[in-house]
Write a protein that binds this ligand. Structure first.
Ligand code: GRF
Length: 217
């Protein structure tokens, strides 16, 4: 069993999907702590209700990002995790922080990276008229929403989609791929080596792309 710390800023549905997978025995991992950068994050209540220790490191209390990063690292290291999982964590982390957790810090982003890093990915995908959109799980590097990609899931963009409909279709896939990526790491099959993702003995198609049936979901 590896120990996980999950960092959130808001709703926490990806965190909840990881908790559910762990509780169902699908993840050889224990979620030892959930940390939010906002005291009002809804996900904090979800975690507490399930008996997971929570902490708040309120970014507004720090004048400099480096001070925030240091306080956050202290809170994380207090839980001694093997893997740090960013799940809707909305602060940009500095290079020193990212290097400190090199190879054991992962993120989920709601686009098929490297397309649409940053915010409002679904709105931008609609504005660009892309026909395929999705989500990516990646190891974190000092560049925002960039880094070796572990797994992606694609969904179709439908003519009648608005931002909410597209976001909901992608979110269903986020809740599938994140537990899968964490499971691979927990099983010792997934690592970052020389800046590249290594997955031991992948089943056919497993690591490359989950392409759910190209139909409305
Ligand atoms: C997700 O779409 C995630 O990919 C993005 O922010 C959203 C967070 O949702 N980074 P939740 O807090 O996990 O519900």
């Amino acid at each position: 069993m590896i120990a996980l710390v999950i960092l959130i800023s808001g709703r926490g549905s990806n965190m909840a999907s990881l908790l559910a997978a762990a509780n169902a025995g699908e993840l050889p991992a224990r979620i030892v702590g959930v940390i939010s950068c906002r005291p009002d994050a809804q996900g904090l209540q979800t975690a507490a209700l399930r008996g997971v220790p929570t902490r708040v490191v309120d970014y507004r209390l720090f004048a400099e990002r480096q001070q925030f990063d240091a306080a956050l690292a202290e809170a994380i290291d207090g839980f001694a995790p093997d893997l740090v999982v960013l799940a809707g964590f909305m602060r940009i982390l500095g290079g020193d922080f990212v290097r400190h957790y090199g190879g054991r810090l992962i993120n989920i982003h709601p686009s098929l990276l490297p397309a649409f890093p940053g915010l409002h990915t679904h709105r931008r995908a609609l504005a660009e008229g892309v026909r395929i959109h999705g989500c990516s799980v990646h190891f974190v590097t000092p560049d925002l929403d960039h880094g070796p990609i572990i797994i992606q899931a694609a969904v179709p963009v439908l003519d009648q989609d608005d931002e909410a409909a597209l976001a909901a279709r992608v979110l269903v896939q986020e809740h599938r791929v994140y537990p899968l990526a964490v499971r691979w790491f927990a099983e010792g099959r997934l690592r970052l080596q020389d800046g590249r993702v290594q997955l031991d003995s992948p089943q056919s198609g497993e690591a490359v792309l989950i392409a759910p049936q190209l139909a409305a979901n």
